[in-house]
Design a protein around this ligand. Structure first.
Ligand code: GAP
Length: 447
């Protein structure tokens, strides 16, 4: 993990937030390459969930919702973690994660391990951030920052089902920020105070819910593999009865083999009719599906694949990270799927003082950037420039050299094989688009 954290920081993917003021635990900011990578992960998710299907529509609901929604959903009473305080070091820990936490006075020990530790009994602590809506403090209303995007989907069920003219099985997908007042033992962006969620609520006839749950576990596993996560680092694990959330009748986690061990990457829950029933009772509006032709009516059951965008990005970074020695020199390379990579191709003039070469390279960059994410780099030796692109996961580089000036060809270098081939400059866009569209799987790790 340290190597990925260090690369993420060095190359400006992700860095700790509020550093100027000493930092704020479990908060991170995303720099240029981090933003581009995050956008690509989101785009691939939306593509698979909405664009490539006829049965799922998109939604963007508010972050601040009516506070009664969180009472009906069970979050006000039940969305809690057990916490303990240490009266000696004044730090707060999750009672169920003491073994992974560091003692506030002796980081080599866990809380409770030194004779000085004085821990309170565990107390339930609600994870929702509370704030106030209203211009005047006294007349304002307490509201919450949403801890999941799902409730925004359930309360819009009636609108969307009518507008989309869909019959179950059909789904509503949403990507957006969520907020949780988490106490975390570290692990970089694995668990943070604010993060983006990519959630699908898939509404099905009640009798079919177990089948659709299985279907979505398989679909979601395949998505992670499609974008390059190695099969052997993924597994699906069904929750034991005592692990299930208050709303779930069955949940399977897709787990990844993180440096700290197998942990949840994505959760796929069978929420039954819990949410639609709760909101029907609390709002007085029936949330059910009614067939306008036959009059048939039922409350659909819901299958929910829910993935943290930031956790997905972390997983892609970890799985893509590789080191190798090439021509007696160390090379760090992110073997990201080409459709996730922040930059698709670098354009590099070999001799940066050669005006004709620079002109050709800049013209090529200008043409390509209308279709692809392109980075033009004219600083330093060509070998160093290649290494810089390897580190941010750029799958291809096009080099303009002396030969280009005589025959209008460029060198196309492949990040993974290091193969270089000459292609006509006029065919560069087509060559890259063809490569982008081809299926891709990660090469064996070198390091
Ligand atoms: N609506 C279902 C739900 O909220 P969850 O298991 O609490 O379920 C779903 O969260 C996913 O969101 C997790 O599998 C993880 O990928 C991501 N996630 C949850 N809490 C997170 C946090 N504090 N920071 C980053 N990602 C988080």
């Amino acid at each position: 993990m340290e190597k990925v954290v260090s690369l993420a920081r060095r190359r400006g993917f992700v860095f700790p937030s509020s550093e100027l003021y000493g930092g704020l635990g479990s908060s991170y900011d995303y720099g240029h390459y981090g933003v581009l990578l995050k956008d690509n992960v989101k785009a691939r998710w939306l593509e698979a969930m909405v664009r490539e299907r006829d049965d799922i529509v998109a939604l963007d609901s508010s972050i601040i919702l009516h506070p009664k929604i969180w009472e009906a959903s069970g979050h006000v009473s039940g969305f809690t973690d057990p916490l303990v305080d240490c009266r000696t070091c004044k730090k707060r820990f999750r009672a169920d994660q003491l073994a992974e936490s560091e003692c506030g006075r002796k980081p080599s020990k866990h809380p409770g391990e030194t004779p000085d530790c004085d821990l309170t009994e565990p107390r339930q602590f609600n994870l929702m951030f509370r704030t106030r809506v209203g211009a005047v403090e006294e007349t304002g209303v307490d509201v919450y920052l949403r801890p999941e995007t799902a409730q925004g989907i359930f309360v819009n069920f009636k609108n969307v089902a009518q507008l989309a003219r869909r019959k179950p099985p059909f789904g509503i997908a949403q990507v957006g920020k969520a907020f949780r007042n988490e106490i975390t033992p570290g692990n970089f962006i694995f668990r943070t105070l604010e993060f983006e969620m990519m959630e699908l609520e898939y509404f099905v006839p009640p009798a079919d819910s177990a089948r659709w749950h299985e279907y979505w576990v398989a679909e979601r596993l395949a998505w992670h593999v499609r974008y390059g996560v190695r099969d052997e680092n993924l597994r699906a694990r069904a929750h034991e009865a005592d692990e299930l959330s208050h709303y779930s009748s069955a949940t399977s986690d897709i787990e990844y083999r993180y440096p700290m061990g197998w942990s949840e990457l994505e959760g796929i829950a069978n929420r039954g009719d819990f949410d639609l029933t709760q909101h029907t009772e609390a709002s007085g509006t029936k949330l059910e599906w009614v067939d306008a032709g036959t009059g048939e009516r039922f409350v659909p059951h819901v299958i929910e694949p829910s993935l943290g965008l930031n956790r997905s990005l972390l997983t892609f970074l970890i799985d893509a990270y590789d080191e190798e020695v090439v021509a007696e020199r160390d090379r760090t390379v992110l073997r990201l799927h080409p459709r996730l990579a922040p930059v698709t191709t670098a354009v590099l003039p070999l001799i940066t003082k050669d005006a004709a070469m620079v002109e050709k390279a800049q013209a090529l960059r200008d043409e390509l950037r209308r279709h692809l994410s392109v980075e033009y780099d004219d600083s330093g030796q060509i070998g160093r420039r290649y290494r810089r692109q390897d580190e941010i996961g750029t799958p291809w580089a096009l080099t303009v050299d002396e030969q280009t000036l005589s025959d209008d060809t460029v060198t196309l270098r492949d990040r993974d094989t290091l193969a270089q081939e000459r292609i006509p400059i006029g065919g560069a866009l087509t060559a890259l688009l063809e490569r982008l569209a081809a299926p891709w799987s990660p090469p064996p790790r070198a390091g």
